[in-house]
Each structure stands twice: as structure tokens, then as C-alpha cells.
Write a protein that binds this ligand. Sequence first.
Ligand code: MLT
Length: 239
Amino acid sequence: MKLDVCFSPDLLPLYDLRGKVAVIVDVLRATSTIVTALAQGVTEVYPTATLDECAALGREQGCITAAERDGVAAAGFDLGNSPFGFLDGKLAVQGRALAISTTNGTQALRRSLAAQAIVCGAFLNLSAVADFAVAQGRDVLVVCAGWKGQFCLEDSLFGGALAERLATFGFDIASSDAALAALHLWQDARPTWPHYLLQSAAVRRLNALEAHDDFTFCMNVDTHPEILPLWRGDRLVRG
Ligand code: MLT
């Protein structure tokens, strides 16, 4: 089996997703938030491309709605895209469905539906994703959500961390320059990680929004090794 890394959803047309496991990653913050939501008892997650679809699911199916654009919580929705929205107890989330729309993360997922299996990855559930990939025994494509088509450090580092893990199970990393680059980036960054990410654009954006705690939270590794957001039909459920 082979692991490859797609550094931006805009590069997806260059990849063949058929037969593969797609790991959608938006560490800051969409996939970290989805992992947290499922861990707090949300039953299913509808990732939508548009705010209108997200709002409609809230109206018609009574879902919790969470939406963000450019990092800022969108007006008229229950929550923004902070994992703390599912942790602070202000909104009852257990046993409810969630509709979520974000600038990059949910778009990346919607553009990866040709894959055989689709899961969401974050540092919070790194082991769940690695275990799933090993059990599937298929090629893996890490789809980095990035930022508006551009490369981002945090998703690429996750790709490298997953590559390092899967290499120990015999996955071929070396035949993809992208996978090798992600692996080397992770190995270079690890001694000072997560401090290394303080210089990233995503952390600067979160700091400007006074959401530095979100960054700190999303850097925890394997807080939820049991949570695997898995695509089933038209939604994510716990795998
Ligand atoms: C996204 O999907 O673009 C992100 O998760 C943005 C954010 O909320 O920080």
C-alpha cells in the first residue's frame, strides 16, 4: 500500500481517488471540531459546502448548525468552528445531529467523494485514522484542506505524522515526493512542535480572533483515539 499527500484540494484533479482511503485533514480547525463533536455525543455530521445548505439542515432536520467563513463564526448559526462550542456546555449537543460548513475543511471533504472510504483526521484522533488505514489495506491519500487553495503547514504536518506511523506498517511513502516532503517536514518540526506552528498563517489568524486556545487544544495528540469520523452515504458517523 502507498500513502500520498495532496497539499491542496485544488490539486485533487491530479489524483485518482478511486479505490483509496481519503483522509480529510483540517487540523485548524474543521476536522478537529468534527472529532470533538462526535466525542461529545453528536450522532452524525453533515459537512456542507454552502451556508445555505447548512442553515436548511438546521431548519428542516433540527440539526445543530455550525458555520465559519475566514475563521469568523458566521451569523445566524448556533456555533462557529471552535471545538470549544461542543465543550463549554452552553449548547446541549449530545444525541443531536450537526450540520457544519467551513471555509476549507468541509469543501475538501465534498471534493473527495470519489474515494472508496473517507475519514476525517486530526492530531486528536491520529491513532484512529492510522488503525483504520491499516485495517483497510488500501492506498491512502491525505487531502490537506489548506487555505483557499494554498498550502498550509499544520495539515501537511499531520500528513507527515500519519506517513511516519503508516511506514511502520509497511506503507510505501518513498514513491511520492509529496509524502516524503510531508514526512521530512514533520520530522524537522517535531523537536519544537507544536511551538513550530506558532509562525503559521492559521495560528496568526486564530490569534487575531483571540482563539489561541483553539490552537493549543487542536495540538493534543490522540485525545480521542476511539473517534473516527467515517463517511456513510451523505454524512459522517462514528466509524
Ligand atoms: C476551515 O475550514 O477553513 C477552517 O477550519 C477555518 C477555521 O475555522 O479556522
